[in-house]
Write a protein that binds this ligand. Structure first.
Ligand SMILES: [Fe+2]
Ligand SMILES: [Fe+2]
Length: 306
């Protein structure tokens, strides 16, 4: 029996209100139940307030009938409700939730392990007509990329990307080489691999970032604005990392697309619910959630679309 995993991202529960009501959490829990999910994985941008994000994850755990896992998105660490708050403070508060994938690999059963974190960007998807100095301003045509104001890290953008790359690579190495059956008992309690032992196994990997892992998921044929703002969507380094470690499923969000693309042995999935304003009118959250949630059966060899 495979493990049934549902993938979704960018649910933005605080922004996606219908007549002032927060409806997304309840509808997503119901859809997860209807699809018989064992695991519901949310690839970030749950809300723009880390407290609400934590509450939402707990509500999904209580109501969906599935094990819930998530990575933070850039919105989840924004400080617009907490003036002066640093990005690390919210990022670290989110780490306290056991459903957060960032602390380390998590076993999904059936020989599958998931590795994930927020990720950041390195300007690589931006148009080459702009200089690095221009990208570092994060401002173009009168518009400022909001992470500039609302995600205040303690180091430059490129260093944040490098930090997430290093962490993700360490966890992929842990998941693919240090996973031993002797650790299975410990995992039954926590679901986390212990890092003990050194026997290589053929763990099948699900790799998750909030940011965009492949150029194909950046804005294609961009107009003058997106030629610049594509720079802040992610980095092809994440997709290359997923492929280097043989990830069978690679999940991202952030760009508010709903796409799937197979490259070599890796199925890249971008399952974004996006904003009500991006949906066809009149807004039908139930339909949008049902269409967005991508369900895979994690089998003994492959992930199969359900
Ligand atoms: Fe988003
Ligand atoms: Fe995002």
């Amino acid at each position: 029996m495979g493990v049934r995993i549902g993938l979704i991202s960018d649910i933005h529960v605080d922004l996606n209100r219908i007549k002032g009501e927060e409806v997304v959490t309840g509808l997503l829990a119901r859809e997860s139940m209807r699809r018989g999910l064992d695991i519901l994985l949310v690839a970030g941008d749950i809300s723009s307030d880390y407290v609400l994000t934590l509450k939402t994850i707990s509500a999904l755990e209580a109501e969906s009938g599935a094990r819930v896992l998530f990575v933070p998105g850039n919105h989840d660490i924004w400080n617009e409700n907490y003036p002066g708050r640093k990005a690390w403070e919210s990022y670290n508060a989110l780490l306290e939730h056991p459903a957060n994938l960032a602390p380390g690999p998590v076993s999904l059963g059936a020989g599958w392990t998931v590795v994930g974190d927020l990720g950041w960007y390195d300007f690589a998807y931006g148009d080459t007509s702009f200089s690095q100095a221009e990208f570092q301003k994060m401002k173009h045509g009168g518009r400022t990329w909001q992470d500039k104001i609302k995600s205040i890290w303690d180091r430059p953008t490129l260093d944040m990307h490098r930090l997430f790359m290093d962490r993700l690579e360490a966890r992929l190495a842990e998941a693919t080489t240090n996973f031993v059956s002797a650790a299975a008992d410990a995992m039954k309690d926590t679901g986390r691999t212990t890092g003990t032992g050194a026997n290589a196994t053929d763990q099948k990997i699900v790799f998750v970032t909030h940011v965009v892992q492949i150029r194909e998921f950046s804005v294609q044929n961009p107009g003058p604005q997106w030629k610049y703002f594509n720079a802040f969507l992610g980095s092809p380094d994440y997709g290359e990392l997923a492929q280097r470690y043989g990830a069978k499923l690679a999940v991202c969000g952030h760009v508010h697309y709903r796409r799937r693309l197979r490259k070599a042995g890796t199925e890249f999935v971008c399952p974004c619910l996006g904003y009500t304003t991006e949906w066809p009118a009149p807004a039908d959250p139930e339909k949008q959630i049902a269409e967005t949630l991508q369900v895979f059966e994690l089998g003994s060899l492959e992930a199969r679309v359900v």
